[in-house]
Design a protein around this ligand. Structure first.
Ligand SMILES: [Zn+2]
Length: 343
């Protein structure tokens, strides 16, 4: 049985205390990569459990818990973008089996589409199988495209009996205000640094301090970076940033063209952020382990140019999900970067 992350204990306690008068729509929100999804799954499981333990945790032994574990609970639906369905591909899909065969070359959608929301109406219109709650878990809720959001809104306006919608998001501001107003908002916190570090160490993550800083304090991102196959590419990229040179940009871009560009843009944005704060405030946020290198680089760069570069990286970010040519995109990014430095 998956246990809660330590930084979620307090939120868990206050949320599960509402069990007897649970709002029909709960919106869990908080920083990315801090385990909100795991929390929401545990919460759904607890609501469905027929003999919850003290503390509101699912028993793991009743019929409902068994069904949840096998992804076959008739009163439980997950709604998430296709792209996420593939990512968690080892789950059998309770939504009807069509997705497995649909694994074509077509890029899976990152949106939650209106058909997915409409597809819920059959589920919501029959009575529940186990006389308990019926749960719709939706993440990330900000992936609802506008048609889907409006379809959901109709459901939230006339909530079916004993049904609880659980929505999860990193960005409240990307949800329709009308949806927000129909949900009971519930904040999940960013863990305190010491708590996150302790957890990372328990997971056997090496250099947890540096990794946590690089992940902006988000422990799951830190863990993922430690485990990721991309960490070689990221070190290669950072090596380019440490030794900016127009001569090596093309070669680096070739080596990195299979790495997700969005990830590299994030590294670049954080690197520029650190350069800036080293220059102005003598501080690092993400890359304390490269402090020496950042100091040397910051001395060679003009603050105004740095600010301009930061701004243009934000613009690049917008197209980084679908660059026409990842290689050109990366090369261009590195060339602009190397041009910032006085030789
Ligand atoms: Zn149970």
């Amino acid at each position: 049985m998956a246990s809660l992350f330590p930084w979620h204990q307090a939120a868990w306690k206050s949320l599960t205390a509402l069990r007897e008068r649970m709002p029909h729509a709960v919106l869990l929100h908080g920083p990315a990569e801090t385990g909100k999804r795991e929390f929401s799954e545990a919460f759904a499981k607890s609501l469905l459990c027929e003999n919850p333990l003290a503390g509101g945790h699912a028993c793991g032994e009743c019929v409902s818990c068994g069904w949840v574990a096998q992804y076959s609970h008739p009163d439980f639906r997950r709604v998430r973008p296709e792209a996420l369905e593939e990512q968690v591909g080892d789950e059998s899909d309770e939504e009807g089996g069509e997705k497995k065969t649909a694994k074509t070359s077509k890029t899976p959608s990152k949106d939650i589409k209106i058909d997915q929301v409409r597809g819920l109406s059959d589920f919501l219109n029959v009575s529940t199988h186990r006389q308990g709650f019926r749960i719709v878990l939706m993440y990330p809720a900000d992936a609802l495209n506008s048609a889907a959001a409006n379809a959901l809104l109709k459901m939230l306006e006339e909530p079916p009996p004993s049904t609880i919608f659980i929505l999860v998001t990193d960005s409240l501001d990307r949800l329709l205000p009308t949806i927000l107003s129909r949900c009971r908002k519930f904040a999940l916190p960013m863990p305190a640094k010491a708590e996150a570090l302790q957890w990372l160490q328990q997971q056997g993550v090496k250099e947890s301090d540096a990794r946590l800083a690089e992940a902006g304090g988000a422990p799951l991102a830190a863990q993922a970076s430690a485990m990721s196959e991309d960490s070689d590419s990221v070190s290669l990229f950072i090596n380019e940033l440490i030794r900016p040179s127009s001569a090596t940009a093309l070669k680096a871009a070739e080596a990195l063209q299979k790495t997700p560009v969005v990830g590299l843009v994030t590294v670049m944005q954080r690197w520029l952020y650190d350069l800036f704060s080293v220059k102005l405030a003598s501080e690092t946020r993400y890359y304390p382990r490269y402090r020496k290198e950042l100091d040397l680089l910051a001395a060679r760069i003009d603050a105004a140019a740095l600010m301009k570069a930061t701004k243009s990286m934000n613009e690049r970010r917008a197209i980084a999900e679908h660059p026409l040519s990842p290689k050109l995109f990366i090369e261009d990014m590195l060339l602009d970067y190397s041009a910032l430095f006085v030789k």
